[in-house]
Design a protein around this ligand. Structure first.
Ligand code: ATP
Ligand code: MG
Ligand code: FE
Length: 340
């Protein structure tokens, strides 16, 4: 079956067409430029941008797949988690398409979509797999027994998400929003050993994460340098900060694989685009005999393909479609691949 996937949980309007593990076409429109001067996503601005972008993005996705709306067999849409008004635009559009086409509608989980998208690049995910989900709003270690029906959360961040830490530290260093890419770039010119920042919840025997202490340590370092009138070596701070983040993430992810006897690790979400994370994860997985799967950067950040990919799984599992009164759920838990 041909699945039309629609994503609108944050500031990307994403639409894609997927059949099984094959990505046939996609299009993403981002309103990130409209949020830059505010240093973060402004919900009202994002909703408005989704509304304007939805129809043209659907058309571009169909064109890139060489498909017509009437070819679509099912519509999948992000039902949560995300921004209320932003989610509402996607869900309303998906309902309209499903109703007009007389095809089933599936409200799916954005976070599980971040994991499912890997199948479009590397084929079916072995069962079970461990997934490290590192995005702007979430940092979770998941035991994925089945993408459509059985996702177990092993641990979560107790404070900031990894992406959030990048964004906050970028602001401290006066780097632009979103902070991930500029810190990634600055770090490549810096010395990660120039200073050592704390590794939250390191070796505490849980799969939880904490990044707020790290952020505070960076803030203290910056204040201290300013007080002494010392120059800020942004590249070194970025490198040392990044090393702390990727060290904890990869260590806990590999530990989870070993403890659960799982030989495949998939890393996804926006922070999975990080170059240092990709390098260290590859190194540690190799040492532990674990197969590492990381989608290409474009598929790591928000897009429609992730939603269509999860929709395809849900359809293949024979799960019942959502009804047309499908509601958005701003805090849909990661263990619910399908919204009810
Ligand atoms: P969620 O999926 O939790 O709802 P989101 O959809 O807003 O959150 P994503 O789009 O998956 O999050 O990821 C955005 C985050 O990824 C931002 O915090 C951004 O700074 C971070 N990011 C993007 N590229 C990189 C990079 N190269 N290195 C580190 N972080 C990055
Ligand atoms: Mg975004
Ligand atoms: Fe996301």
């Amino acid at each position: 079956p041909l699945i039309l996937g629609i994503e609108s949980s944050c500031d990307e309007t994403g639409v894609a067409l997927v059949r099984g593990c094959e990505l046939l076409g996609e299009s993403v429109a981002s309103s990130v430029d409209q949020h830059v001067r505010f240093g973060g996503v402004v919900p009202e601005v994002a909703s408005r941008a989704h509304l304007e972008a939805m129809t043209p993005t659907v058309r571009r996705a169909l064109d890139s797949a060489g498909a017509k709306l009437s070819d679509v067999d099912a519509v999948a849409v992000t039902a949560g988690p995300g921004l209320a008004g932003a989610l509402l635009v996607g869900v309303s559009a998906a309902k309209a398409y499903a109703m007009a086409l007389g095809k089933p509608l599936y409200g799916v989980n954005h976070l599980v979509g971040h994991v499912a998208v890997d199948q479009l690049e590397h084929g079916p995910l072995p069962k079970p797999s461990i997934a490290l989900l590192v995005s702007g709003g979430h940092t979770s270690l998941l035991l994925v027994n089945d993408l459509a029906t059985d996702v177990v959360s092993l641990g979560d961040t107790v404070d900031d998400a990894a992406g959030e830490a990048y964004d906050k530290v970028a602001r401290l260093l006066e780097l632009p929003y979103p902070g991930g890419p500029p810190i990634d770039q600055a770090a490549q010119r810096g010395d990660p050993k120039a200073m050592r920042f704390p590794r939250g919840k390191w070796g505490d025997g849980t799969y939880d994460f904490s990044f707020s202490g790290l952020k505070t340590a960076v803030a203290r370092h910056v204040e201290d340098a300013e007080r002494r009138g010392a120059p800020l070596v942004v590249a070194d701070i970025a490198a040392a900060f990044q090393e702390s983040v990727v060290d904890v993430l990869t260590r806990k992810a590999v530990d989870a694989c070993v403890e659960h006897g799982v030989s495949t690790l998939v890393i996804s979400g926006g922070v999975a685009a990080n170059s240092a994370l990709r390098v260290l994860a590859e190194q540690r997985c190799q040492e532990a005999g674990i197969e590492l799967r990381v989608p290409r950067p474009r598929l790591c950040t928000d897009n429609g393909a992730m939603i269509a990919a999860l929709g395809a799984e849900v359809v293949a599992a024979g799960l019942p479609p959502s009804t047309l009164d499908l509601a958005t759920d701003t805090s849909l838990p990661v263990e619910s691949p399908l919204a009810v």
